[in-house]
Each structure stands twice: as structure tokens, then as C-alpha cells.
Ligand binder design. Structure first.
Ligand code: ATP
Length: 321
């Protein structure tokens, strides 16, 4: 394990922000800390970095108890949402900074920095100043700078959070590729479930200071541990007292075992997908079907149909939830 967080508790004043948090991060993995705003993701990342100290519990990095080590002695690289670059230094010098203060030989620094700039596709920007870069380029420079000193662990706090949607999407794909090339153990914070699912190989869902579930993206999406995780990871709807993914609802014109009668209230075509709004037992629900299915069943407002979760689909009973 690259990182082992054990039974960490942290309060600010009297407010508990992390409650008995235990997470393992495998060496070489790309792990997302995912959850709603205020859930404690940044605080957990800062505890791993050594920027906050837990009240109780331990943090081990590469097998060493790091709980009391300063950030400098943990060998971690850090990138924040708003990255503070040295404005008066070129991109080259920003990336070289950590190596220069470690007094590495000049030619080694030059080689390493150019390698890193190539890795983040900024090799032609070496002589520019941070103000001459786009937001996405600046964050890539920040990553190169964090990687320069060869950290054992890379910690990213919403690194693309301040960028517009399009650039954000590009950088996601880019981060995944970068990780496939350098394999440095990486933990990144995000509140965007799509980003976590697309980029990470492990997702830890954090809410209200506690870990709700840790698993692969398909694990947490297909086998959510509880209604909270199911709702947070993707669209849900409710039929027969259970929470179901709308694409896991089977619609038929004939009654089927385990099905409920429903009336179609609205049919919305969204390209290839069709959103079918329903009333089941007086309650609103919706199903996502393909255009082919919608046409075949002649779904239209006012139609009476029968719905049930697709056999084998994951559903969660909502009793008491
Ligand atoms: N230094 C601090 N002093 C007091 N309270 C803090 C401090 N840092 C964080 N908090 C509180 O701790 C809680 C968790 O914050 P944290 O930033 O870890 O959550 P988060 O999941 O990263 O949320 P976001 O995505 O909004 O950053 C919040 O209620 C926040 O107000």
C-alpha cells in the first residue's frame, strides 16, 4: 500500500470533519476522493499531505508512519485548484524550482525539466511566463512542477475545478494518460462523479466526514453500498419502494411477474436516448430507453404500460431511507 489512512478523526473547533476515516491507496493507483461539497475530501487530502494533523488516527506512506512528519519529509507532490505559480519565473524555472533548491547539477535539471515539459505537452512554452499560459496550461505546469522532485505520492485538490467544462474534459483524459505513463500513486479530490468514474481506477466516496464506500468505478456505480452512494454516482428513480437506475427499468405493454402498472406522462427524446416519464402507483418515476424500444412499444403520453427492474439489475430497497 502506498497510503494507509487508519481511524482518522479531525474536528475544527467542535465540528467533526473526518470521522473514523480509513482508506487504503494501492501503489501506482489513481484514486478519486469523491463526495459532496463540505464532505471532508480536502481535509483528508491535507491530512495525507501533512498540511493538517489528525486529532486521532494514523497515516502511513510507503510503509512509514508519517502521522507526525512535516509535509516536506513525506515526499508528496501537491497541486491545488488555484495553483500559485511564481509569476516572475518562466515555465522552465517554475518546474525547475524544486530541483534547484535541492542543488541538483545544472545539466540534470535541464534534462529533467525538458522531459517533464514534454510529458505535459508544454515543451514549446518553456520560456513563457505563467501569465502567458491558459488556465489548463498553468495546471499542467503545476503538475510538471509537482512531479519534478519525483514524489512517491501526487495529491491533487480539484486540479481542474476552476477551468471551463471543455478544458476540464480534455485535462481529465490527459491526466489518465499521464498516469498510465508515469504510474505515480495519485489521489485527487473531485465532487464530479463523472470525472471520478472516467479518470480513477479506485473511487472513495466521502460524505459528512465518513467513508461511504471504496471500490472500482463500476463497483460503486453498479453495487452501491447504500442509497446515498447510489444517488450520488448516477441517476436514480424509484419504483415499487426500491431505488433503481432509470436504464435498468424494463417497460412492456403486457403485465410481467414483479411488474407494476404505470401510465406514461411524457416522452422526451434526447438523441439516441429517450426519457420516459411515468406515474407508478401515483408516484413519479422515469425510465431511460433507446429510441428503438420507445418506437417499438409506441410509447406516448397516456399509454398504459408495465414496468419492473430488469432482471439482475441492482436495486436498493428504500425502507426507512
Ligand atoms: N481550517 C478550517 N477551519 C474550520 N473549518 C474548516 C476548515 N477547513 C475545512 N473546514 C470545514 O470542514 C468541512 C469539510 O471541508 P472540506 O474542505 O474538507 O470539504 P470538501 O469535501 O473538500 O468540500 P469542498 O468540495 O467544498 O472543498 C467543511 O464544513 C468546512 O467548512
Amino acid at each position: 500500500m502506498a497510503i494507509e489512512v487508519r481511524d482518522v478523526n479531525k474536528s475544527f473547533g467542535t465540528t467533526p470533519v473526518l470521522r473514523d476515516v480509513s482508506v487504503d491507496v494501492a501503489s501506482g493507483s489513481l484514486t478519486a476522493l469523491l463526495g459532496p461539497s463540505g464532505g471532508g475530501k480536502s481535509t483528508l487530502l491535507r491530512v495525507i499531505a501533512g498540511l493538517e494533523h489528525p486529532d486521532t488516527g494514523t497515516v502511513r506512506i510507503s510503509g512509514v508512519d508519517a502521522t507526525r512528519l512535516s509535509p516536506q519529509r513525506r515526499n508528496v507532490g501537491f497541486v491545488f485548484q488555484h495553483y500559485a505559480a511564481f509569476k516572475h519565473m518562466t515555465v522552465f524555472r517554475n518546474v525547475a524550482f524544486g530541483l534547484e533548491i535541492r542543488k541538483r547539477p545544472k545539466d540534470e535539471i535541464r534534462r529533467r525539466v525538458m522531459e517533464l515539459l514534454e510529458l505535459v505537452h508544454l515543451e514549446r512554452m518553456a520560456d513563457r511566463y505563467p501569465s502567458q499560459l491558459s488556465g489548463g496550461q498553468r495546471q499542467r505546469m503545476a503538475l510538471a512542477r509537482a512531479l519534478a522532485v519525483e514524489p512517491e505520492v501526487l495529491l491533487l485538490d480539484e486540479p481542474f475545478g476552476a477551468l471551463d467544462a471543455q478544458v476540464r474534459k480534455e485535462l481529465r483524459t490527459w491526466l489518465r494518460r499521464l498516469h498510465d505513463e508515469v504510474h505515480v500513486t495519485t489521489v485527487f479530490v473531485t465532487h464530479d462523479q463523472e470525472e471520478a468514474i472516467e479518470v480513477a481506477d479506485t473511487v472513495a466516496v466521502l460524505a459528512d466526514g465518513a467513508v461511504e464506500q471504496v471500490g472500482s468505478p463500476s463497483d460503486v456505480y453498479d453495487n452501491p453500498a447504500n442509497p446515498f452512494v447510489m444517488r450520488f454516482l448516477g441517476p436514480v428513480t424509484e419504483i415499487g419502494g426500491s431505488l433503481v437506475r432509470p436504464h435498468d427499468i424494463e417497460i412492456s405493454t403486457e403485465p410481467r411477474p414483479g411488474g407494476d402498472e404505470a401510465s406514461v406522462t411524457r416522452v422526451v427524446r434526447l438523441g439516441f436516448e429517450v426519457r420516459v416519464e411515468l406515474l407508478v402507483d401515483g408516484r413519479e418515476a422515469w425510465a431511460q430507453v433507446t429510441r428503438g424500444t420507445a418506437e417499438q412499444l409506441a410509447l406516448a403520453p397516456g399509454a398504459t404500460v408495465h414496468v419492473r427492474p430488469t432482471p439482475g439489475a441492482r436495486s436498493l430497497a428504500l425502507t426507512g431511507a
